[in-house]
Design a protein around this ligand. Structure first.
Ligand SMILES: [Zn+2]
Ligand SMILES: [Zn+2]
Length: 390
């Protein structure tokens, strides 16, 4: 793979990514990370604002020439996972790990900033360093704080360890699923475990609800409309011989088309209510829509494709397979046109065997850092002309 940026910059990006990797911070707590990023931006002499939508940072490279504003976004938060990589720069914080590679995304965005500040552009570039992506809170908060005001297009990337570094995956249209959260509380009537007729068993009721919810995907939706309903947690009771009073469950709902997402609340509500009723229990459902389907815009996807082809050659670009994993980048794409794409971060051979995102042994091939920085910068240059040193 040819090096797309000068060696010194590639080394700086690697060093900075390792620094962040050793000092991960959980969502909504990224204060120190933001401080490290601000220091780098300060050194480049680019104006910025801190504490946008929590610990987020917005920096803006203003051109003398008037033109549109193109936004690039990276996320900065880590996960509550105990790192098991054994790397020399592994997390120094117990139970916290950059297992989704947001440390790399942050480094790459700084790299793009360094590349773009040398250019003469016919327009402006906004750099969005977002906090709290993993809890689906950061993008919404940044938008509410005005991070997208005046922006005409937005681009972002996510590393993918099961794709070799040097390869990228793009697709126009829907690429990632919507994310909704459900919380269900069931109230029965407690009783002696040996005298069930004196109670209304919330555990049997909860079990029936879990089974009935599966019929939404298998019986109510078209087989051509992907969706997932997963109950990830059930809590009820303490003793083996007592029927408890309450049961609580929580789960996640994923869809791939906005119209399917729109109908999920009614479906779940109906099943929870009627099944609980038939088991003589009361049920309350809290349905929280967190993130919409991530839909890439065609024109902006073409821009990414062209930038990739120019930087790495068309044979390094593959079509992105759809996934029901979610990304709050979709909230930006609801408001302005843009494209989110996958950047290979896996080993050169057998990337399919690599540990996936959110795994305690997740590692990242750092050869992807200059690639990400160069592609992000190339996207902006395609949009804002190229009259500079190039
Ligand atoms: Zn993640
Ligand atoms: Zn991530």
């Amino acid at each position: 793979m040819k090096l797309l940026v000068e060696e010194k910059l590639a080394e700086e990006l690697t060093a900075f990514r390792r620094e962040l990797h050793a000092h991960p911070e959980l969502s909504l707590e990224e204060k120190e990370t933001a401080g490290r990023v601000a220091e780098r931006i300060e050194r480049m002499g680019i104006p910025y604002t801190r504490n946008v939508g929590g610990h987020g940072i917005v920096a803006e490279l203003r051109s003398e020439q008037d033109g549109p504003t193109i936004a690039l976004r990276a996320d900065m938060d880590a996960l509550p996972i105990e790192e098991e990589t054994g790397l020399p720069f592994a997390s120094k914080r117990k139970g916290v790990m950059h297992a989704c590679g947001h440390d790399a995304h942050t480094a790459m965005l700084l790299g793009a900033m360094e590349l773009l500040r040398r250019e003469k552009l016919a327009g402006h570039v906004r750099f969005i360093f977002q906090a709290a992506e993993e809890v689906n809170a950061g993008a919404r908060a940044m938008i509410e704080d005005g991070a997208l005001n005046g922006v005409s297009e937005i681009y972002g990337l996510h590393n993918l360890p099961t794709l070799s570094a040097g390869k990228l995956a793009t697709c126009s249209g829907p690429m990632m699923g919507s994310v909704d959260r459900i919380d269900i509380q069931i109230e029965g009537k407690g009783a002696h475990g040996a005298i069930p007729n004196e109670g209304h068993d919330p555990i049997v009721c909860a079990s029936a609800i879990v089974m009935a919810l599966q019929s939404i995907v298998s019986r109510e939706l078209s087989p051509f409309e992907p969706a997932v309903v997963t109950i990830g947690s059930i809590k009820a009771g303490e003793a083996n011989n007592v029927i408890p009073h309450y049961a609580v469950m929580s789960g996640t709902v994923r869809t791939f088309h906005p119209s399917v997402q729109a109908g999920m609340k009614e479906r779940i509500e109906r099943i929870v209510r009627t099944v609980a009723d038939s088991y003589r229990c009361k049920a309350a459902l809290q349905y929280t829509m967190q993130v919409p389907v991530l839909v890439n815009h065609e024109e902006q996807t073409n821009v990414v494709d062209e930038a990739v082809d120019e930087q790495l050659g068309a044979d390094s670009r593959v079509h992105a397979a759809p996934t029901l994993a979610g990304e709050d980048f979709s909230l930006y794409l609801e408001r302005v046109p843009g494209c989110f794409f996958w950047l290979g971060s896996g080993p050169e051979h057998d990337a399919g065997q690599a540990y996936g995102l959110h795994h305690p042994k997740f590692t990242l091939n750092e050869a992807c850092l200059p690639v990400g920085a160069a592609v992000l910068a190339a996207i902006v240059k395609r949009r804002l002309g190229r009259h500079g040193k190039g």
